[in-house]
Design a protein around this ligand. Structure first.
Ligand code: SF4
Length: 458
């Protein structure tokens, strides 16, 4: 049941004890933000549909309560009453107000979720590979050289972002979850696929796992027969939401020794850190956590989506990239908010996204210009907006593919007719061509929209 969750307490840590807040605490916490009874009920209705979880560090150290509910960190973790269609929110709020059963609330929430495109970019249908004749759940193989692993115990986070594109992982909908605990099948797959050079361990947040569990997923990657795996990536927001994980938690040192073992094996370890706002970088504890991770030899690359009302201005991104470089991290991606969940609420038009990206880019030194974007992680691949210009009297978006299901398309420029309201790839129409390069020739169906099949390398 998503509506009411219990507080989950981890064992006491060397620093502050981890305390999670869940939907059960929404009324109390949103009262602290000064919301009326009616608004709090609407927020609880949204919290019945989309996941809510935060923790004592985010609440006490990151949120500026004097500025709530407009504070960007508050908006980053707390549901907003207008994130979902008003009729849906009113319907569930009425159920909550009249004390409806958990089953009734859950049924209503399920109906709303199914209208929110829970797995964008065909993640459940297109990217799950086969081992033998059986699918390999909890693994995605979208691009030849990269495999994503979703560890079963890593499918939660220290706090949830309101805009999360993987929100379906966290709600009470078993059919929407991607996860595996069968690491030996994953290793069998990787042994057969020597074209894979990079493995991304992702979630949720893999750093929610304690060191002994994390080791079960990382150490097998270092075994003989997997020498073709050149880099291991860990996607995590723990540096923003629970930096204690690398400094004062009981298994902080053990975790860092595990990172060192990956590097000692001759592989690169890239810690893909998700930071949404420069405020997340301010606590001294974050600088110490960054220092300790970097001391293992890991490289920290940073990424985040561009989100309306949270980080949609150039000064915020410029400040964030500069602080990251100062701390020794490498800015990597600005993403466009994906076409799932409350995208309508958080989306920024592609025109604005490009304007914010390029204005922020102009503010920073060359060391920050390792960043790429604004990039859409869409079904055919990662599509980057390179500019808006006029060609032969026609205003167009200039685009290229950073990543593609079809490797021949990587880096190839193409054009879309300018549309000031477009917010996602599916809103665009091709310019100077009958179709986009990633779209199949009607003569040649099913073309690129079919699941990729990567033959095991000899
Ligand atoms: S940290 Fe990542 S996976 Fe977790 S809620 Fe935020 S966006 Fe989603």
């Amino acid at each position: 049941m998503t509506v009411i969750r219990q507080t989950v307490s981890a064992p006491p840590a060397g620093g502050r004890r981890f305390r999670a807040y869940t939907a059960k605490h929404l009324d109390e916490l949103t009262a602290r933000a000064g919301l009326s009874h009616e608004d709090r009920l609407a927020v609880r209705a949204v919290g019945a549909v989309l996941p809510f979880r935060t923790n004592s560090y985010v609440v006490e150290d990151l949120i500026d309560w004097a500025a709530a509910p407009d504070d960007p960190i508050y908006r980053l973790v707390f549901p907003q009453a207008d994130m979902l269609p008003a009729d849906d929110v009113r319907g569930i709020a009425d159920l909550l107000a009249c004390g409806a059963s958990d089953v009734d609330i859950s049924t209503a929430a399920h109906e709303v979720r199914m209208r929110l495109n829970p797995h964008p970019a065909g993640q459940l249908a297109l990217n799950i590979p086969d081992l033998g004749d059986e699918p390999l759940p909890g693994v995605q193989h979208k691009y030849p050289e990269t495999v994503l692993i979703f560890p079963k115990q890593g499918q939660t986070c220290h706090a949830y972002c309101t805009y999360c594109f993987r929100w379906a992982q966290f709600v009470d909908e078993p059919d929407l979850k991607m996860a595996t605990a069968d690491i030996s099948r994953v290793m069998d797959y990787l042994r057969q696929h020597r074209e894979v050079t990079s493995v991304l361990v992702t979630g949720g947040d893999p750093m929610i796992m304690g060191a002994p569990v994390l080791r079960r997923y990382l150490e097998p990657l270092l075994e003989p027969g997997l020498e073709h795996i050149e880099s291991v990536r860990i996607g995590s927001k723990a540096l923003a939401y629970w930096p204690q994980r690398f400094v004062s938690d009981p298994d902080a040192d053990e975790t860092l020794r595990l990172f060192e073992r990956v590097i000692a094996s001759g592989r690169a370890l890239a810690f893909m850190a998700h930071f949404s706002h420069p405020r997340e970088l301010e606590p001294p504890l974050v600088a110490e956590a960054v220092r300790r991770i970097r001391a293992t030899g890991a490289v920290i690359r940073t990424q985040a989506p561009l989100i309306r009302t949270i980080n949609d201005d150039p000064a915020t991104w410029g400040a964030m990239w500069r602080a990251q470089v100062r701390m020794g991290m490498v800015p990597y991606y600005m993403f466009v908010e994906r076409d799932t969940g409350p995208q309508d609420y958080f989306a920024v038009s592609l025109t604005r996204a490009y304007g914010i990206y390029s204005a922020a880019y102009r503010q920073v030194s060359g060391l920050c210009r390792t960043v790429r974007g604004p990039s859409m992680s869409a079904t055919p691949g990662k599509v980057c907006i390179d500019g808006i210009t006029e060609i032969a009297g026609q205003k167009v978006f200039v685009l290229h593919m950073i990543q593609a299901r079809d490797p021949d398309l990587v880096g190839k420029p193409f054009f879309a007719r300018y549309d000031p309201d477009a917010a996602w790839l599916s809103d665009l129409e091709p310019a100077f061509a009958a179709r986009f390069p990633f779209e199949p020739d009607p003569e040649d169906l099913p073309g690129l929209w079919a699941p990729p099949v990567f033959e095991p390398a000899g």
